[in-house]
Write a protein of this length. Structure first.
Length: 173
């Protein structure tokens, strides 16, 4: 069997499997401000959309989307209502344009978001979220956060539901 046929077979096997396991579909979005040359603000978002049982994946993808929106909103007016990742990215870019008019020497703003599967098992889905933004100043701001989900329900797991023995863990740390 040729390699092309094997790849197509594997694709259909993964895509149309009756298994209810969650899988990832990688998504990449890049936004750039209304500008010319190298002085453009940018937003780069690289994340995984979870596919599988609709009710479960809708919860997970909603939470992931909200995490991206929340991070981007840290950098502009909080009273602006933002419902989608695209709106949040465009508002981030607009905040640069507004600041650039007031302070022409402002360096281009940067926002980078990367979300990937860190760990997956029948009892937990762990997504690693890396965020970085630069909105002026001496350096940017970065952080890593982990989102832990129950893959059967799509609900976020609490720390106490993950740790079997919190007292032992606390003593260890």
């Amino acid at each position: 069997m040729s390699i092309k046929i094997k790849i197509v077979f594997l694709f259909f096997l993964i895509t149309f499997s009756c298994n209810e396991e969650l899988t990832n579909v990688l998504s990449f979005e890049e936004f750039q401000g209304n500008c010319k040359g190298a002085n453009c603000a940018t937003v780069t978002i690289d994340y995984c959309k979870i596919v599988g049982e609709k009710e479960v994946t809708d919860k997970i993808n909603f939470t992931v989307g909200n995490a991206i929106i929340y991070f981007l909103k840290l950098n502009f007016e909080k009273t602006i209502k933002t419902k989608t990742i695209t709106e949040a990215a465009n508002n981030f870019l607009k905040s640069y344009e507004i600041d650039k008019k007031e302070f022409p020497e402002t360096n281009p703003y940067i926002a980078e978001v990367s979300i990937s599967t860190s760990y997956s098992s029948p009892s937990i889905l762990c997504l690693k979220t890396d965020f970085y933004s630069f909105t002026g100043g001496a350096h940017g701001y970065g952080r890593t956060k982990f989102l832990n989900f129950d893959p059967l329900t799509g609900n976020l797991k609490t720390t106490s539901s993950i740790l079997n023995n919190k007292k032992e863990f606390t003593a260890f740390v």
